[in-house]
Design a protein around this ligand. Structure first.
Ligand code: UD2
Length: 317
């Protein structure tokens, strides 16, 4: 069993990953500053004697390095981030602090204290507008936002460090992750979390554009499993893989799943397409299968059914 330091442990992906690692019997050292994470996401983990939680900001020099020196983890799973593409456009400086400078501090902590492996939360945003689908890892990388640029720069920073100082880096290029605990609070939250809240409240959703745009939606339980594999699977070389399903779902199909479950909710409204919105995003999952032994198991319908069972379907009459 391994000891894994997870940054962003109280976040959406971080808390599911923490739960998964604990269930597999690993020891987890969690780090979060609760900027976008929530302590409630860790209620299960906090009951485990194999889990400790440290409130700190990974973007503050010295903090992670000091903790890594004390805890000596086998691997670091660096998931702490500014998660909104739109927020990165509005505040590029904060984006580079959280999504690039913090990565440099994590890489340095790994180097100084001899951590053998770093797993990084990268994104399909490194590709930008892909010319051809499905997107493969050797597709052109042309980020179209400060968010995508910082994720790509972080990948390169980590890969350079890993090669120079002899540790392994695994970059996980997440596609559209959805599931329980995804926070719908911001207008830029993930579309599934926004739809879930609106349908639950009996309110119409807004579809930007004609709704024919497609995404590769992957359930957070699958993403957590892929992170555990990247952190603990023996013998991995450094590299980057898509974490996706290889299946496309349009926004109209997505709304259809909700409408079938919630019945009498008003039909979606349409609004102009968002500036910079990618029309089609679909990943090729083959490299993750070869390198990590990972394949997503949950379909969109199954993942949504899990979400629906968490919340009452009844809407006020
Ligand atoms: C996702 C990731 C982002 C980045 C990117 C990579 C989320 C939240 N964001 O951005 O971090 O990795 O992929 O390219 O997972 N939409 C509506 N109505 C709504 C909200 C959204 O129609 O109320 C549309 C939106 O215009 C887009 C699609 O739904 O066409 C997905 O939007 P999103 O914000 O969930 O995710 P995306 O693909 O922009």
């Amino acid at each position: 069993m391994a000891k894994i330091l997870v940054t962003g442990a109280a976040g959406f992906i971080g808390s599911h990953t923490t739960d998964h690692l604990l269930a597999e019997g690993h020891v987890v050292v969690g780090v979060d500053n609760f900027r976008s994470g929530h302590r409630e996401n860790l209620v299960g983990a906090l009951r485990s004697s194999s889990f400790s939680l440290h409130e700190m900001d990974v973007a503050q020099p010295g903090t992670v390095a000091e903790l890594v020196g004390r805890e000596r983890p086998d691997a670091i799973l660096h998931l702490a981030a500014l998660v909104s593409v739109q927020e990165s456009v509005a505040n590029p400086e904060l984006n580079y602090s959280l999504n690039l400078h913090a990565t440099h501090l994590v890489a340095e902590a790994a180097r100084r204290h001899g951590v053998r492996r770093v797993v990084f939360a990268s994104s399909a945003a490194v590709y930008g507008d892909a010319a051809a689908l499905p997107i493969r890892e050797n597709s052109a990388m042309r980020p179209v936002s400060p968010y995508g640029a910082a994720k790509l720069a972080s990948e390169n920073l980590l890969l350079g460090h890993a090669a120079a100082y002899g540790f392994t880096v695994r970059c996980q290029r997440f596609f559209n992750v959805f599931g329980p605990r995804q926070d719908p609070a911001s207008p830029y939250s993930g579309v599934v979390s926004i739809f879930a809240r609106r349908y639950r409240e009996g309110l119409p959703v807004t579809i930007y554009g004609d709704g024919r745009q497609t995404r590769d939606f992957i359930a957070v339980a699958d993403v957590a499993r892929s992170n555990a594999l990247a952190a603990t699977r023996p013998g991995l070389a450094s590299g980057a893989v898509n974490i996706c399903t290889g299946r496309a779902t349009s926004l109209l199909e997505l709304a259809g799943h909700f409408a079938r479950h919630y019945g009498s909710v008003p039909a979606p409204r349409h609004a102009p397409a968002r500036t910079g919105d990618v029309i089609h995003s679909l990943g090729d999952p083959a490299a993750a299968a070869t390198q990590l032994g990972f394949a997503a198991r949950t379909t969109v319908a199954e993942g949504l059914a899990g979400l629906f069972s968490e919340v009452p379907a009844a809407v006020s009459p």
